[in-house]
Design a protein around this ligand. Sequence first.
Ligand code: TLP
Length: 350
Amino acid sequence: MKPIIDLRSDTMTKPSPGMRQAIAEAEVGDDVWGEDPTVNKLEAFAAEMLGKPAAIFVPSGTMANQIAVRSLTNPGDEIIIETGAHIVRYESGAVSALSGIQPCMLSAPRGILTAEQVEAAIRPSDIHNPPTTLICLENTHNRAGGTVYPLGTISQIRDIATSRNVAMHLDGARLFNAVCATGIAPDVYASRFETVSFCLSKGLGAPVGSMVVSSESRIARMRRIRKMYGGGMRQAGILAAAGLYALEHNIARLHEDHANAQLLAQGLAKIPGVAIDEKTVETNIVLFDVGGMTQKPDQLFDRLKDEGVLVSRFTPTTFRAVTHLDVSRQDILDAIDSLKNVLESKSLKR
Ligand code: TLP
């Protein structure tokens, strides 16, 4: 049996021996009581890194986004968000169910909204209109293929948001991939937003956990909302220890994942019938379309699985491959060979 090369997501990473050691040695207490020293350390560390006064540790990226949105809105409000954003696409309708808001969804190439688009979507104050109270951006943008939000665009949107009294939340599940790709410090990105979430359990390799950073008062509000949503954890220091280890050891290596994504994209681009825009591969996500192949996508997907290469599907014909710390350069070279075997057989264009 061939070894499995799991490119379905960077959520697939497993804790390394060093991380497991940190987990084993973690000091713990009851975090609902604010008494877990390792959670407290992680929260202080994250806040400092992102240049905000406070942070909160939560079980998932979804909960991080949801408590942030809830803390910044009232039921009946409208939020401006890109159509493919995780918050509206992959969180089970939570913003509507839990915050009672309605999303105003705008489509944008590469997932990057323009300031003009956002400005035009902010509702004028009128009794008929829901108040626009929040703009949510995603950096990197998952569904667009890990694209990076230009800082200039974020700043323009910030200026409009400030002048119209609208708050901003960043779904920074993969913010450190953007940091790695651009060299822009995390606190510079964070300074444009009231709240920023980021995940420890994706490319950073922790088994569980996300953070939200914000002001002291908003984090205090989010602690109450987290409790309401069932996210108050007890001896969570064993998870926070993994998160601290991830922040200390696994940021500097993200460029390896980006190089591997480039390598994979170059390999895919050479396979006749595969549609891939190499320019969109800016970080660790590679989207490619197999709609131009003679074999059906379902068949290709299953054959790739049989070859030991696991990818996920974003549309019936678009496959996503995500590089991460459990996938080496050699794995990518092997994956390209397998992709060639599967995709080049009878791969004449229609
Ligand atoms: N993304 C997952 C799936 O849910 C699609 C993945 O495999 O990429 N924001 C962004 C931008 C995300 O990509 C994700 C997870 C989340 C939030 C949610 O994080 P979790 O899964 O921890 O709730």
